[in-house]
Ligand binder design. Structure first.
Ligand code: PLP
Ligand code: COI
Length: 339
């Protein structure tokens, strides 16, 4: 039966779609692309992904434009970041072309789930890679499966494009200074669950993590990078324990082109007081303005919006980014991959 989807009411959740893609790596090479309509996979109980977290994933989005065409945002960047994740936890690297083929196929086969233009929703694409095999010692697998599934989504944070509060808690790290914070592996997210749920219970949308070594610099939020705006400058942390966000990289370019200065450098907590605006950015979060940062250990609050409205610079960056993603705005950078 054909389902009716209320596109403008979607949250960031899972919905079954028609097909997903799989490709196995065995005996030193990647096999053929397989299409499946099953939501399950059958893997060995001793697979390294299950015991030792040998798993990585990606997140990207496809948008339907006013012209009806489907645009995928910067998929090659995700392909390359997934290669970096593979290097970081000793999994097979997948060539960019194979990643692209799988992503394109997953979107095409599920075209009816790409939300209509103007609905505010998009098709979230989730590639992932798992270490397989009958192993029990702590060592890398030699078999892997790469999967891609898709699901239509609305905003990641319930507030959508409305300022939302985050908190600083020094009792938790999501990644170690020389650990895996700079790649997209499942363990980082497992490590963020306790802090994340404490923050949610206390009414915050996310934890703003500090650098795990000195607890003196801003790292990032659980699922998104951080940026602040002051004196016509876009300031975003440089750190070895944060994920290199493709959204942030794009906003850095847009900010520069809009005439803002851009600084990517360590951002001490003490600087929070000087920002005029602050936000989280990421594929799921897009640009989510921060209304207030509560430093729960220091009993201090930094307020960026108290009237429920985003700041002017965040708003401009958000509109420009979304405009390029949906095809409303020109794409001078070649970011958009049209199907
Ligand atoms: N930081 C973390 C920890 C994330 O999980 C994400 C989401 O992918 C981001 C930042 C944002 O990265 P991107 O803009 O590439 O989605
Ligand atoms: C994304 O923005 O794509 C993410 O992966 C964030 C989150 C859902 C983990």
């Amino acid at each position: 039966m054909e389902q009716t989807i209320n596109w403008s009411d979607l949250s960031f959740g899972y919905m079954k779609t028609d097909y997903n893609i799989r490709r196995y790596y065995r005996n030193g090479s990647w096999g053929e692309l397989e299409v499946s309509s099953s939501e399950s996979i059958n893997i060995h109980i001793s697979s390294t992904c299950l015991h030792y977290g040998q798993e990585s994933f990606e997140g990207l989005k496809a948008f339907r434009g006013q012209d009806g065409r489907i645009r995928i945002f910067r998929p090659e960047e995700n392909a390359r970041r997934m290669q970096a994740s593979s290097r970081g936890i000793m999994m097979a690297e997948q060539p960019v072309e194979l990643f692209m083929e799988a992503v394109e196929k997953a979107v095409r086969l599920n075209e009816r789930f790409v939300p209509p233009y103007g609905s505010g929703a998009s098709l979230y694409i989730r590639p992932l890679m798992l270490g397989l095999g009958a192993l029990i010692g702590v060592k890398p697998a030699d078999e892997f499966v790469f999967l891609v599934f898709v699901t239509p989504v609305g905003p990641y944070f319930k507030s959508g494009f409305r300022p939302a509060p985050v908190c600083i808690m020094r009792d938790f790290d999501r990644a170690a200074p020389l650990g895996t914070g700079n790649i997209k592996v499942g363990g980082n997210y497992a490590a963020s669950l306790v802090a994340g749920s404490k923050a949610h219970e206390a009414g915050y949308v996310a934890v703003l993590y500090l650098d795990p070594k000195e607890k003196n610099y801003i790292d990032e939020c659980g699922p998104a990078n951080f940026f602040g705006i002051k004196d016509n400058t876009y300031v975003t942390p440089a750190s070895s324990s944060i994920l290199p966000s493709i959204t942030n990289k794009s906003l850095i370019q847009l900010a520069g082109d809009m005439g803002l200065k851009v600084e990517r450098r360590p951002v001490p907590v003490s600087e929070l007081a000087s920002f005029e605006e602050a936000a989280e950015c990421g594929t799921a979060a897009v640009v989510t303005p921060i209304s207030r940062i509560d430093d729960l250990d220091e009993n201090r609050s930094y307020v960026y919006s108290s009237d429920g409205k985003p700041g002017a610079v965040c708003e401009k960056l958000y509109r420009k980014l979304l405009g390029i993603q949906t095809g409303d705005e020109e794409d001078p950078y070649g970011w958009v991959h049209i199907l």
